[in-house]
Design a binder for this molecule. Structure first.
Ligand code: HEM
Ligand SMILES: *[C@@H]1O[C@H](CO)[C@@H](O)[C@H](O)[C@H]1NC(C)=O
Length: 401
């Protein structure tokens, strides 16, 4: 086992040392981009197109939820029934064949209840409002996740994002001038390996977005009806070992911290009343299998902030620490270093991890052991514009462009 890609970069040509890869002599960055392009093109033709684009249902003054509108902060005060009695605009409506859904059960559910546009083409503003109003996600975390989603997989000029497959023709105003907008299905941008219930991209011909019911059953086998931190830490560890053994292209990069964070959503956001409720099988079944808000469901009383999420990321990680990095071949793992990740190990300093969330949105981050995802200037400007006010407040070093 190697401990650092810096150390092995010289010996193993497959593992180019970040962050110099893009500028390294002999490395043709356009080749890397084309490789990424080829891998999604085969699905582009089959991305559904619904000519009816309703947008999220408007919030009425009768049912304001946390009062979040127009991408601005709401009250952060939850404990509110969702959908509220009488709020038929946010009733469940199953997606049709032309509606786009993808790897995120939280957002798929929000779209099924018209908190996001039901066709699955959503916007930054809808995402920031919906996360606050439906789940009582804190404004800071809601903005951070929406910036990551739109910045990595959507269009920063229109603010549009596909919840699943590549719908560039509808998310972009300029064609693919800024590159293809892969949607949330795009691999190693936001989506990554070792998901709870989705396949690794390379193990399933690119189907990294459908619910895999065997994986859902495996999760239940480990959690035994209690999807709490301890059991999910164990299940995530099992999934990591599974990918390590089975997936020759396994990659667990810096963005995997977000996926660790997503595991906390099962016990912090999905239960009725969040952490005051019960993370049981009927609840998980409702969000993962039906993508529907359970009956008689209330959002959490206090908002779930970025700092709360980082505390859970660290707690989950430290129960069963694993190395960040990836396979360069079957059974041949290289660790990586980036920001607060040193030789594959994540710092246990919560401020460092909080600031890493910022870095993931504004910096060029390795998207595999040999490639770096280079963010176009427009994306960096979009991300710093939204995130600097929030992360300056946390004392993170911010970028000026
Ligand atoms: C703008 C906000 C959000 C974006 C862009 C987003 C995007 C994503 C993406 C791309 C994944 C796939 C990651 C992977 O490879 O496993 C994912 C997973 C997940 N998301 Fe979201 N998400 C957002 C907010 C939320 C919220 C608010 C919730 C819960 C209320 C949620 C719950 C989950 C869960 C539970 C998973 C893990 C699914 C699994 O591993 O099987 N997400 N999200
Ligand atoms: C679901 O996951 C299992 C375990 O990783 C895998 O063997 C199976 O092929 C997957 N099924 C589908 C339909 O992708």
């Amino acid at each position: 086992m190697h401990f650092s890609i810096f150390a092995v970069g010289l010996a193993a040509p497959a593992a180019l040392a970040y962050p110099f890869v893009a500028e390294a002599p002999g490395v043709d960055a356009s080749m890397l981009r084309n490789a990424g392009r080829a891998s999604h093109e085969k699905r582009q033709g089959s991305c559904p197109f619904n000519s009816n684009h309703p947008g999220a249902a408007p919030y009425s003054s009768d049912y304001p939820y946390t009062g979040a509108q127009n991408g601005l902060p709401g009250t952060g005060i939850g404990g509110i029934k969702v959908p509220a009695d009488g709020d038929t605009a946010h009733a469940f409506e199953a997606p049709g064949p032309n509606d786009i859904r993808g790897p995120c059960p939280g957002l798929n559910t929000a779209a099924n209840h018209h908190f996001l546009s039901h066709d699955g083409i959503t916007t930054f503003t809808e995402l920031v409002d919906a996360q606050q109003n439906l789940y009582n996600v804190g404004y800071d975390l809601a903005v951070t996740l929406a910036v990551l989603g739109v910045g990595l997989d959507g269009d920063v000029l229109t603010g549009k994002l596909s919840l699943g497959c590549d719908a560039t023709s509808r998310t972009s105003a300029t064609g693919d001038l800024l590159g293809d907008e892969l949607g949330l299905d795009g691999h190693n941008k936001f989506e990554g390996d070792t998901s709870l219930t989705r396949n690794d991209y390379y193990l399933a011909n690119g189907d990294d977005y459908s619910l895999n019911s065997s994986l859902f059953a495996q999760m239940q086998d480990t959690c035994q009806g209690n999807f709490n931190r301890d059991n999910l830490a164990q299940y995530r560890y099992n999934r990591y070992q599974q990918s390590l053994a089975e997936n020759g292209n396994f990659y667990f990069g810096p963005k995997a911290v977000i996926l660790i964070g997503a595991a906390s959503f099962l016990y912090e956001l999905f239960p009725s009343l969040g952490p005051d409720g019960t993370p049981d099988l009927p609840t998980m079944s409702s969000f993962f299998e039906r993508e529907q808000i359970p009956d008689d469901w209330y959002n959490r009383k206090t908002s779930y902030s970025g700092e709360d999420a980082v505390a859970e990321i660290l707690a989950l990680y430290l129960e069963h620490p694993v190395l960040f990095g990836g396979n360069v071949g079957p059974g041949d793992f290289d660790a990586l270093s980036f920001g607060p990740i040193t030789d594959g190990k994540l710092s246990s300093n919560s401020k460092d991890v909080l600031c890493l969330l910022y870095q993931l949105a504004v910096d060029n981050v390795p998207s595999s052991l040999s490639t770096v995802l280079e963010l176009p200037l427009q994306v960096v400007q979009f991300a710093t514009g939204k995130l600097n006010p929030i992360f300056e407040g946390y004392g993170c070093p911010v970028k000026t462009t």
